[in-house]
Design a protein. Structure first.
Lengths: 190, 392
C-alpha cells in the first residue's frame, strides 16, 4: 500500500544588488586660446560650480547618487548614476510524493530546492531590473537638469577666452555683453 | 586602349560542348551562382545539397572553372567601375583613364590559387550548413584575386542565415578585407561588442588597390542602399552590431588609406555621404525603425544610436583630410594628390555634407544645446524648417 506525503520547502535569501548607468560625451570647446589655457579656464569655471579636482586632473561633482566627471584637457564629460539596495526575498514550494513509487524523499526535496532557487533568481532578476530602471530614470532626469548648466559653463569659458584673446591682441576699449541674446562685443585698439 | 604585353594565345576550343560528370556540372553551376551568373535560389539549393565527391576533377572541368573565373571576374570588375574614365593616384600622381589604360597588364593579371578550387569542391560535396568536413583557407595563402572571389561568394550566400552563420566563422571570409569593406555588418561576429576588422592596409597597395579602384562605384551604390535600409532595422541589438562593425571597418580603412596616401580609394565614403546627406537630416533617418524602448540602460541605447550613424561619423576624418589638403603648397610633394582630393571634395559638396553629418551626429549627443535664454545656433534647424527624416 502506498502512502502519500507532502513536502513543503521554504527558502529566503538576502542579496546586495547594484545597478548603474553612464553616458559619456564631449564638450564643444572652441579653440580660441591654446588647449592648456582653455583647460585652465574650464577648470576655474567648474570649481566655481562645486566641482573638485581629482588626482588625475579630472573635475568631479557628486549630485546624490550621480557623479559628474569632466576632463578639462579633453573636454570629455561622463555622468554616472549608481543605485544599490539590499533585497530580501522569500519563496515557498510544496510537492507531493509516494513512499513506494516515484522519487524518494531526498531526491524530491532536492528537486523542489532547485525549483525554489530558480524562483528566487527570477525574483532577484526582477528586483535588479527595477533598480536598473530607477538608475536610468535618475540619469535621464539629471541630464535634463545638467544640460543648461553645461551650456552655461561652455559659454562662460568661451566668453573668458575671447576676453583674454582680445587682451593679447591689443588694448581692450570696451566690452559689452547682452545676456538675452548671448552676444559679446569687444572693442580692441591694436 | 593600350596594352603593355601581348596576351598568351588561347588553346583551341573543342568542336562540341565539353563532357563533365554530374558532380562537376553542379560545381560549375555553383561557381556560376557565386559570380552572379546563375539564379540565386537554384544556386543556394545546390550549396545546401550534398554530392559524392570524386577523387579528382577532369581536365575539361578544370578548364571550364578557370574560364568562368577569369571571364566572370574581369566582367564584374569592368561593370563595377573599371570601365570608367577616371583619375586615380599612381605613385602619388593622378593618372587618368580606364583601368586598362592606367594599370599595366602585368599588374592587373588575376591569379586564382588552390583554395578557390578546394572551396568549390567543398561547397559542392558538403551541405554547408551541416558540414562534416571542416574547410578553411589561411588568409596569408590567398592572392588578391582569391580574396575578391571569396568576397563575391560571401556576398551571394549571405542572404541565407544558415550559410552566413557558417561562413563568417571561417578565416577566408572573417579576415577578408573586401568582405569588411563591403558588408562589415554581416561578416563581423554577431556576439562581439567590439568588432575587430582585419588589417585593411592591404587594400591600399598592390593589386588590391587596383581592385578597389574598380570597385568605387559599386561600393558607393552598396553603401547608399545599406544606409537607406537602416531605417527599417527594428532590432536594437542588430543595429548596434551592424553599426559598430561598420564604424570599425570604415575607420580602419580610412586610417589605412591616409597612411598609404591613397585618399582617392575613400571616394566611396565621401560619395555615399554626399548621396545620403543631400538635405538636413535628423538621426531618425537611421534609427526611425527601431522598435520599442530598447535596452534598459541609457548607455546602451545611446551606443546603439551612435552606431547607427557610423557612416556620417566618418566625415570628421574626411574633413581633416580636406583641412590638410588646403595647407599643401604648390611646391610640396603631395600637391597634385591633394589637388585631386580637393576636387573630389568640391564635386561632392564636401563642406555642406560635412556640416550636415556633424549636425546629425550632434543631435544624438546628450548635454548639447543652448544655455537658458539663448537661441540655438550650431547644428540646429531654423524655425519652421523640418529636416528630412524628422518625426514631424
Amino acid at each position: 500500500m502506498s502512502r502519500a506525503y507532502r513536502i513543503t520547502v521554504k527558502e529566503s535569501e538576502t542579496r546586495h544588488l547594484k545597478a548603474g548607468d553612464e553616458i559619456c560625451t564631449q564638450l564643444e570647446i572652441l579653440e580660441i586660446l591654446p588647449p592648456e589655457d582653455m583647460a585652465t579656464l574650464l577648470k576655474e569655471e567648474l570649481k566655481k560650480r562645486g566641482f573638485e579636482e581629482q588626482d588625475d586632473g579630472t573635475m568631479t561633482r557628486k549630485d546624490g547618487d550621480l557623479t559628474v566627471t569632466i576632463d578639462p584637457c579633453s573636454g570629455e564629460v561622463s555622468v554616472k548614476a549608481e543605485t544599490e539596495a539590499t533585497v530580501s526575498q522569500e519563496a515557498k514550494r510544496e510537492a507531493t510524493g509516494f513512499n513506494d513509487v516515484g522519487p524518494n524523499e531526498k531526491s524530491l526535496r532536492d528537486r523542489v530546492k532547485d525549483q525554489l532557487k530558480q524562483d528566487l533568481d527570477k525574483k532577484f532578476d526582477s528586483e535588479q531590473s527595477k533598480l536598473q530602471t530607477k538608475a536610468t530614470e535618475e540619469l535621464e532626469k539629471h541630464l535634463q537638469e545638467l544640460q543648461p548648466e553645461i551650456s552655461q559653463v561652455v559659454n562662460q569659458v568661451t566668453r573668458d577666452a575671447l576676453k583674454q584673446k582680445a587682451q593679447q591682441m591689443g588694448t581692450v576699449k570696451e566690452v559689452s555683453e547682452d545676456a538675452e541674446s548671448g552676444s559679446l562685443t569687444i572693442k580692441v585698439e591694436v | 586602349m593600350t596594352r603593355t604585353a601581348a596576351p598568351t594565345p588561347r588553346p583551341q576550343e573543342p568542336d562540341g560542348p565539353r563532357q563533365v560528370s554530374k558532380f562537376e556540372f553542379n560545381l560549375l553551376r555553383i561557381l556560376r551562382f557565386l559570380v552572379g551568373h546563375f539564379p540565386a535560389d537554384q544556386g543556394l539549393g545546390l550549396v545546401r545539397a550534398a554530392a559524392t565527391r570524386p577523387e579528382c576533377l577532369t581536365h575539361d572541368a578544370v578548364t571550364l572553372v578557370k574560364d568562368t573565373l577569369g571571364k566572370a571576374s574581369v566582367l564584374f570588375l569592368t561593370r563595377a567601375g573599371g570601365w570608367r574614365n577616371d583619375k586615380y593616384l599612381r605613385k602619388n600622381t593622378p593618372t587618368p583613364g580606364r583601368v586598362w589604360d592606367r594599370i599595366p597588364l602585368d599588374e592587373r593579371v588575376l591569379e586564382f590559387s588552390k583554395p578557390v578550387l578546394e572551396f568549390l569542391l567543398w561547397l559542392t560535396a558538403e551541405k554547408v550548413h551541416e558540414t562534416k568536413q571542416a574547410w578553411d583557407a589561411a588568409p596569408k595563402a590567398l592572392t588578391p584575386s582569391d580574396e575578391l572571389f571569396f568576397w563575391l561568394a560571401f556576398d551571394q550566400m549571405r542572404s541565407d542565415p544558415d550559410l552566413l552563420a557558417v561562413l563568417r566563422k571561417k578565416d577566408a571570409f572573417r579576415l577578408n578585407p573586401f568582405c569588411w569593406i563591403a558588408s562589415p555588418g554581416d561578416v563581423a561576429d554577431p556576439d562581439s561588442t567590439k568588432p575587430t576588422p582585419p588589417d585593411l592596409t592591404r587594400l591600399c597597395s598592390g593589386q588590391r588597390a587596383v581592385l578597389m579602384e574598380c570597385l568605387q562605384s559599386h561600393l558607393t551604390i552598396r553603401w547608399i542602399r545599406t544606409e537607406r535600409a537602416k531605417g527599417q532595422i527594428g532590432d536594437w541589438k542588430k543595429m548596434r552590431q551592424q553599426g559598430s562593425a561598420e564604424f570599425a571597418g570604415l575607420q580602419a580603412f580610412l586610417q589605412a588609406a591616409e597612411a598609404a596616401r591613397r585618399t582617392d580609394l575613400a571616394r566611396f565614403v565621401l560619395g555615399t555621404n554626399a548621396a545620403v546627406l543631400q538635405s538636413d537630416m535628423t538621426p531618425v533617418f537611421w534609427t526611425g525603425g527601431l522598435q520599442g524602448t530598447g535596452p534598459p540602460r541609457l548607455a546602451d541605447r545611446l551606443e546603439t544610436q551612435r552606431a547607427a550613424l557610423a557612416l556620417p561619423r566618418q566625415m570628421e576624418m574626411l574633413e581633416g583630410w580636406q583641412e590638410r589638403a588646403r595647407s599643401v603648397g604648390y611646391f610640396d610633394e603631395d600637391y597634385a594628390a591633394t589637388q585631386m582630393w580637393k576636387l573630389d571634395w568640391e564635386l561632392a559638396n564636401g563642406n555642406h555634407v560635412a556640416a550636415r553629418a556633424r549636425a546629425a551626429v550632434e543631435m544624438l549627443e546628450p548635454l548639447r544645446g543652448p544655455a537658458p535664454g539663448q537661441p540655438a545656433t550650431q547644428g540646429a534647424q531654423g524655425a519652421g524648417e523640418k529636416p528630412e527624416g524628422s518625426p514631424g
